[in-house]
Design a protein around this ligand. Structure first.
Ligand code: PLP
Length: 431
């Protein structure tokens, strides 16, 4: 990477290297129209932030800039030479107004200086981590991490001369004792899958400060609607946009947000990995984000009602939901999420996996599918989906018990969802 920027390194008048120049001013691209709506709430930002109304036609709403390349101008050549390709219309893998538009909306929602959108959550995670690590670096991460991330950390880092230690996501003492001399990153998920454990973000950020480490958090399960992690001192937030951010189960995407300085470091890694989001997917994501706050409000409210119903049901052994007083970290959830919640619920049914499978077959509304965060309720069993790559012993160790069901509560009418569970549980225990 250094090599390709070598000519630039020698060009700067003050002798600084562009890549590390912390004072580098943001160059505004054509779609970066200061549409941050910073003084407004999430519902307003969701609708308006980042939108690029075409000045030529007066069309309201961001057009789909479905092109791979752009006419080169004097300013483009200059930008290429100075390594500022990120903000110029040159080539879509580098940047495209459709990407900038949705990146501005995301930055507004995350309270971030800068964001990048990727082809998938995994593209965002792998590019972010590779950009932030050097040969020999060590990461502390969580045993409860998403399977794809676990595989990347466990199987691939070693080949790059890096290493990882997995700890509990909730035990700060264990996390601290895993820190080594060459540790560079604390990488966790704000709300874990499937047991909905809450990572204590403030304590993690304090550890990061104490040991001079970067704190990077995957916020896919909570989203910036439920917690603004950058405001809590986290350095970088990644999301699988496939889930709540897009919310319609019709695209794969990923995001990273943070300071311009750090996000600018991830951009060249994204170029090399080739993971920049296609303009049409950008359009879908920006359009979906317009209802983001509306959707999240309903996901949260529906999940709270359904969790309360399930907890009171005699055939349900245990419900995992941060909004319930029975959740082990309920008080942390209250303070960290400031009254917000989560749209995800996990619960254990009497009769184990056999009864769990029967329940799924009797439900009419929740679709039996992996993934989460769609407008439709989605239901699955972690043992044979998200945690299938773990051995039975590993599943037990992280609390994946027989009969555990994961539910992403959709935005259907909550009375319909509850009636559906009522009839399906009755049929399950009659059969
Ligand atoms: C918490 C979390 N992070 C990251 C990912 C990966 O996202 P994608 O499938 O968009 O690559 C997932 C996918 O399920 C996830 O659940």
């Amino acid at each position: 990477m250094k090599k390709s920027y070598q000519n630039i390194e020698h060009k700067r008048e003050d002798g600084s290297i562009w890549f590390n120049d912390l004072k580098r001013k943001r160059e505004e691209g054509p779609a970066l129209n200061k549409h941050r709506y910073t003084e407004f709430s999430d519902a307003t930002k969701s609708v308006h932030a980042g939108q690029y109304d075409d000045p030529n036609t007066g069309a309201l709403g961001t057009p789909i800039f479905q092109c791979s390349t752009f006419y080169l101008k004097e300013t483009s050549y200059q930008a290429i030479e100075e390594g500022r390709g990120r903000d110029e219309m040159i080539y879509t893998r580098y940047g495209n107004p459709s990407q900038w538009s949705v990146q501005e909306k995301l930055s507004a929602l995350e309270n971030a200086e800068s964001s990048i959108v990727f082809t998938s959550g995994m593209a965002a995670i792998s590019s972010t981590l590779l950009a932030m690590l050097d040969k020999g670096s060590h990461i502390v991460s969580s045993r409860d991490i998403y399977g794809g991330t676990y595989n990347f950390l466990y199987e691939d880092l070693d080949r790059y001369g890096m290493s990882v230690t997995f700890t509990s996501p909730t035990n700060i003492k264990e996390i601290e004792s895993a820190i080594q001399e060459d540790t560079k990153i604390l990488y966790f998920e704000a709300l874990t899958n499937p047991l909905l454990k809450i990572t204590p973000i403030k304590a993690l950020v304090a550890l990061g400060k104490k040991y001079n480490l970067r704190v990077i958090i995957d916020n896919t399960f909570l989203t910036p609607y439920n917690v603004k992690l950058l405001d809590l001192g986290v350095d970088l937030v990644v999301n699988s946009a496939t889930k709540y951010l897009n919310g319609h189960s019709d695209l794969i995407g990923g995001t990273v947000s943070g300071s311009r300085k750090l996000v600018d470091r991830i951009w060249p890694q994204m170029l090399k990995n080739g993971g920049s989001m296609d303009p049409h997917a950008c359009f879908l994501l920006e359009r979906s984000l317009k209802t983001f706050a509306l959707r999240m409000k309903t996901h949260n409210a529906n999940a709270m009602e359904l969790a309360t119903y399930l907890e009171a049901h005699t055939k349900i052994k245990k419900v995992y939901y941060p909004g319930l007083a029975s959740h082990e970290q309920h008080s942390l959830a209250k303070s960290q999420l400031k009254g917000k919640n989560s749209g995800m619920i996990s619960f254990e049914i009497e009769g184990g996996d056999t009864k769990a499978h029967q329940l799924l077959s009797f439900l009419k509304l929740p679709k039996e599918a992996t993934s989460l965060g769609g407008v439709e309720s989605l239901i699955s069993l972690p043992y044979n989906t998200s945690q299938a790559s773990l051995t039975k012993e590993q599943q037990k160790a992280i609390g994946i018990n027989d009969g555990l069901i994961r539910l992403s509560v959709g935005v259907e009418d909550i009375n319909d969802i509850i009636s559906d569970f009522n009839q399906a549980i009755s049929k399950t225990f009659k059969s």
